[in-house]
Design a protein around this ligand. Structure first.
Ligand code: HSE
Length: 321
């Protein structure tokens, strides 16, 4: 067993992410510095995957390794290395479930990233992506979309051109971009938020959506802030999902009126993200959006973060259990 590992215990951080980013349903995403999950992993003699503890927003999370996102992705990875060893995991959920912030992706990435840190011969990021996707699938009704897993694992802003084989493109972003997240205290299950979408769309809507998705990439890379502002617009998903979030269209208008470059639903919601060019603006947008929800007596959290270019990271590593 010693040959396989260079250390026995690791604690890692795995970030939340914003996916879709307007017109990029299932293909765009970026990682945040806060919130995020922490996971402690130990290599043990007893074969199998043992989840010993789940803390934080754990009200539905199963410890059963066949049903837990972090364990399912880890199982795919262990099968690839003939893993007859055992792994114990503690999962500290430091972000809300069903929030649209890539909670399941963060857990799926945390476990495979952690085991990779312990291995003498680590896997590549695209291999880890495939393992993490197995975990993500069980959280979203068995559909493989990597728009949270990719930014969580690679860091930065990612474009997922395809999943099999993985084709993830890192999109450079302007340094001064800030993201405001408002998380209303309601839960939306991704599986449900996907079921309500239309399976067919009008060609004219598709053309407008392609225009915005392509223009957002160009706007971020140039950078061209006016172009970013014109491109964070979603003609296909937002009109349907917007109805699931109380006062969503007022929240959006409030963000834009207070200087946001763009505002839309984060992933499948209910969190809403807004981009801006300074911390001051990001905070103002957050406090003004919060007022909108306070008026209807809906509690919310605000997170302010720049884009996280690092992705998951090691908090501590040791050779003693
Ligand atoms: N792209 C996904 C969706 C993200 O919007 O359904 C949530 O997993």
């Amino acid at each position: 067993m010693k040959k396989l590992f260079k250390a026995k215990k690791v604690k890692v951080f795995s970030p939340a992410s914003v996916s879709n980013v307007g017109a990029g349903f299932d293909i765009f995403g970026f990682a945040l510095h806060i919130p995020g999950d922490e996971l402690v992993m130990k290599i043990v003699e007893k074969p199998g995957i043992h989840i010993t503890k789940i803390t934080g927003d754990d009200h539905h999370l199963p410890k059963d390794a066949k049903k837990n996102t972090a364990a399912v992705s880890l199982r795919a990875m262990m099968d690839a290395i003939d893993g007859k060893f055992g792994v114990e995991m503690e999962l500290h959920k430091k972000m809300p479930l069903g929030s649209g912030l890539g909670s399941s992706a963060a857990s799926a990435v945390a476990s495979v990233f952690a085991l990779n840190v312990l291995l003498r011969k680590p896997f590549s990021k695209s291999e880890l992506l495939m393992f993490a996707l197995e975990g993500e699938k069980i959280a979203s009704g068995n559909t493989a979309h990597a728009d949270n897993v990719a930014p969580c694992l690679y860091g930065g802003f990612t474009l997922v051109r395809g999943c099999s084989p993985p084709d993830v493109i890192a999109i450079p972003t302007p340094k001064d971009l800030y993201c405001t997240i408002i998380h209303p205290h309601i839960e939306i299950k991704t599986e449900f938020a996907r079921k309500i979408l239309r399976s067919q769309i009008k060609l004219s809507d598709a053309v407008r959506q392609w225009g915005n998705a392509s223009a957002l990439v160009a706007g971020l890379m140039k950078p061209d802030y006016d172009l970013i502002k014109r491109s964070i617009e979603d003609f296909i998903i937002e009109p349907i999902r917007g109805a699931l979030i109380p006062n969503y269209f007022i929240l959006k208008e409030t963000a834009l009126n207070n200087g946001a470059l763009g505002c839309s639903i984060s992933g499948s919601g209910p969190s809403v993200f807004a981009l801006s060019r300074s911390e001051k603006e990001a905070k103002l947008i957050g406090s003004e959006m919060k007022k909108v929800l306070t008026k209807i007596k809906l509690k919310s959290d605000i997170f302010i973060s720049k884009i996280n270019h690092e992705g998951p990271k090691i908090i501590s590593l040791s050779d003693t259990l």
